[in-house]
Structure formats: structure tokens, C-alpha cells
Design a protein around this ligand. Structure first.
Ligand code: PLP
Length: 427
């Protein structure tokens, strides 16, 4: 098989592919595996019931099947869904947007591919631009999304130690500003856009409102967009454990998803931005995907029209994950009590991020040992995209998902404790 440069680049094994493949294979070879890896949302009975009900109502309705799957949608998505969503966002998030500000995609992953390559890569006059991730670690799914080399740069965070063996990554505002200005001086490879996930996958960090304001001002000053990935966040599914506010300006591109609500298979992403960006995005997205998904919008539309989504997020989804998080945090803390292991303060999403300080083995080795013992986690090194220097912290972190029942987390924690003991004792 002779491959083009695109083929060479995109058909080579990627970190994201390897990870997804490894997770899949581990489960096939050992169905008993204690699965604390992957990004699947939890199966929340009330949400499953809502989905089933929405599906049944739609199928019974005249024209319902057409809405579900037997029509191509227009490039931005079903106009009636866009209208319902805009009205919902205006009402609940104090926005002032219309259908012209929204485009639907086949999952938000596909949206990042288009957006990243719209704003970074090769430009006229042989200039290059890259994506700046202001805070690393960051979502591994971004890593394969660039059509050119040297696509991501990132800034290391400041680590703030908190009581109870917790810590928090803080933006290093000085380093971020310095990065942007030094790129401008060099001028051959400048910043094309900033991008943050909020809450962050993997650490669960929620960048504070003031820091989002700082990034917003910075992006405006340097005339680049600020992409905020709200896959777990605001306004839906709202898996946040503090009172962070949604932020949206003319220069923000907010990327949302129905996946973490409980619909990852419906592949529905949502891009919210100024109409000029949306128009350009929809044209590019049509070339790549022809039409966006209709399943997710058809299922969720009445949730937005009737404000049900507000209830689902605030009274079912958020409390479910809050309680799962509290219980997992207690278990993990006692499993790690004898070791210099710090846990990122859980602020949202559904992961615990463990920093095993001075770990004598790499996090990849710890991952492998845990996998051999039937516990699947993720090694943290995958998430430090754009960090070239050999920072020991990159190899000292693991990510645990707490979407599984408490009994599974408890069993896994005991094995994690045993493996940490072994590793810290030099075995
Ligand atoms: C931070 C983040 N952004 C985006 C995505 C992509 O989600 P989807 O393509 O299902 O909308 C994920 C998936 O896990 C994620 O964790």
C-alpha cells in the first residue's frame, strides 16, 4: 500500500488509537477487568430511561423516524434543534445568540479536527501557526488532530499543594504570555488559537472564572480565538463541583457534546461561535462529513424545549457524579495513604488524577502492572501533549475513571495499594 503524506501521518498508529485499542483488547481478553480506564459516561438509570422514552416518543410520532435517521441534515444541523438550543442557552446562560451561532457535528472530536486545522497549520507567506494549550496535561484526543507537524505547544502548570494530600494545577499566566510574545518575535510559528478543556480531561481541573477571563483577554489582544471544550461542563452535562460560570464572547468558540450526558453513541457535537466562524466551519464540515448527525438532536430537542435538560443536569447527572466522586476519593485516599501520592482536587468530569511523586517506576510501567493484575487505568504520560522537555511529573501520574460501581472501585483500590507498595519499595 502506497500512502500519501496524509496517509503516512494519519494511518500511522496514534496515541489515541493505541489507547482505545488497548482498552478494547484488555476488556475482550479479560471480561472481569476492573475498568477504570476510558471515557465512557456512567450508566445512570434515570438517564437511560429518559433516552428510551425520547426514542419511543419519536418513533411513534408522524415523521419521527425521518427526524431520527432517514434524512440528511442541512450543513449546520436541523434548524428546529438549533433554534431550541439557542433559546435554551439564551435563557439559562444569559447568552444572546441565534441559530447562526451554532453548528452540529458528528461528535465533538470531529469538530476539533476541523477547528484546529482552520486556525493552525500552514498559512500564506510560509508562516506556521500552532495550537497553544495553556495548561497541560490536556485531552489526548486532540493529539492526532493536526494536519501538520509541530501542531501543539503547551505551558506547564504551577502546582498548588492543598490540604489533605490534594493539589491543583494553576495556569502559569506569565509563561503563557511569554510564550505568545516570544513566538511573535520569531514570527515563523505563532499561536493560531488557544484551547482548554473545562473541566479538564484528565485532571478534572476547572480553570477559574478569572483565569478564563485572563485567557479571553489575551486571545482578543493577539487576535486568536479561545476554544473552550465543555464536553463535561457548562451548561450541559454540567459535571462540575464548584460554581464556575459559563464564559462566551465574540472571540470564544465553545465546543459542547451530548456524549457525557449519556449519548456517546449518538455522536453529537455542538460548536457555538460567532456567525463568521460557524459559516466557515459548516462549509469545511460538509466537505468532510457531508451532514451532521440527526440522532442526537432528534432525541434531545424536547429536553431543550421543555427545560428538562436543566433538571437532568442539575438534579440527576451532577449529583450522581458528585456522590460517585466522594466515594471514590475516600477509597483512593485510604489506598494511597502510606505513599507520597497526591490527588488533583476533583472539580468536575469523572476522573481522579493521581500524582505519584518520586515513583521509582514510570506511570506506563505501573499501568502495565495494574493491567496484569486485572485493573485498567490510564498512564498519565499520554496527556502531556506539547511538552517536549523531560519533566519527571509526566511519568508520575495515572488517571482513574469512577464511572463504575463503588464495589469495583474498592476492589481496584486494594490492588492499586498493593502495586504502589511494591513500586515504592523498589520492587
Ligand atoms: C475533553 C474531551 N473533549 C472532547 C471529547 C470528545 O467527545 P465526543 O467526540 O464524544 O463528543 C472527549 C471524549 O472523551 C473529551 O474527554
Amino acid at each position: 500500500m502506497k500512502l500519501s503524506q496524509f496517509g503516512e501521518r494519519f494511518c500511522a498508529e496514534s496515541g489515541t488509537y493505541n489507547l482505545m485499542d488497548d482498552l478494547g483488547k484488555a476488556l475482550t481478553t479479560n471480561p472481569e477487568m476492573l475498568f477504570l480506564g476510558g471515557g465512557n459516561p456512567a450508566q445512570i438509570p434515570e438517564i437511560e430511561q429518559e433516552i428510551q422514552q425520547a426514542l419511543e416518543t419519536l418513533v411513534k410520532k408522524t415523521g419521527g423516524v425521518g427526524r431520527l435517521c432517514s434524512n440528511y441534515q442541512s450543513p449546520q444541523g436541523d434548524p428546529s434543534f438549533l433554534k431550541a438550543l439557542a433559546a435554551y442557552l439564551n435563557k439559562h446562560c444569559d447568552l444572546s445568540i441565534s441559530e447562526k451561532n451554532i453548528a452540529i457535528t458528528n461528535g465533538s472530536q470531529a469538530a476539533f479536527f476541523v477547528l484546529f486545522n482552520m486556525f493552525a497549520g500552514e498559512f500564506a507567506n510560509q508562516q506556521k501557526k500552532h495550537i497553544l494549550l495553556p495548561l497541560t496535561p490536556e485531552y489526548i484526543g486532540y493529539s492526532g488532530a493536526g494536519l501538520s507537524e509541530d501542531f501543539f505547544r503547551s505551558c506547564k502548570p504551577v502546582i498548588e499543594h492543598l490540604p489533605g494530600n490534594l493539589f491543583k494545577y494553576q495556569l502559569d499566566e506569565h509563561a503563557i504570555e511569554q510564550h505568545i510574545t516570544s513566538c511573535l518575535e520569531d514570527s515563523t510559528n505563532t499561536v493560531g488559537t488557544l484551547c482548554v478543556s473545562r473541566p479538564n480531561n484528565p485532571s478534572s481541573n476547572v480553570i477559574a472564572d478569572e483565569q478564563i477571563e485572563f485567557l479571553t483577554k489575551l486571545a482578543k489582544q493577539y487576535d486568536v480565538p479561545l476554544i473552550i471544550d465543555g464536553a463535561y461542563g457548562l451548561p450541559f452535562p454540567g459535571i462540575l463541583f464548584n460554581d464556575a460560570k459559563i464564559s462566551f464572547t465574540d472571540n470564544t468558540i465553545l465546543v459542547l457534546s451530548l456524549s457525557k450526558l449519556g449519548l456517546p453513541g449518538a455522536r453529537t457535537g455542538i460548536v457555538i461561535a460567532n456567525p463568521e466562524v460557524i459559516q466557515a466551519f459548516a462549509i469545511a464540515n460538509t466537505s468532510i462529513n457531508l451532514a451532521p448527525s440527526s440522532l442526537g438532536p432528534a432525541l434531545a430537542q424536547t429536553w431543550f424545549e421543555t427545560d428538562k435538560i436543566h433538571h437532568l443536569c442539575h438534579h440527576i447527572i451532577q449529583p450522581f457524579y458528585r456522590s460517585a466522586c466522594d466515594s471514590a476519593l475516600g477509597l483512593v485516599k485510604s489506598a494511597c495513604a502510606d505513599f507520597p501520592v497526591h490527588i488533583h482536587i476533583p472539580e468536575g468530569a469523572f476522573f481522579l488524577w493521581l500524582w505519584c511523586q518520586d515513583l521509582p517506576i514510570s506511570s506506563q510501567e505501573l499501568y502495565q502492572r495494574l493491567k496484569d493484575r486485572g485493573v485498567l487505568v490510564l498512564s498519565g504520560h499520554h496527556f502531556f501533549l506539547g511538552v517536549e522537555e523531560d519533566w519527571p511529573h509526566k511519568h508520575q501520574c495515572i488517571r482513574l475513571s469512577y464511572c463504575q460501581p463503588a464495589a469495583v472501585i474498592e476492589q481496584a483500590c486494594e490492588i492499586i495499594r498493593q502495586e504502589l507498595k511494591k513500586a515504592y519499595e523498589g520492587n
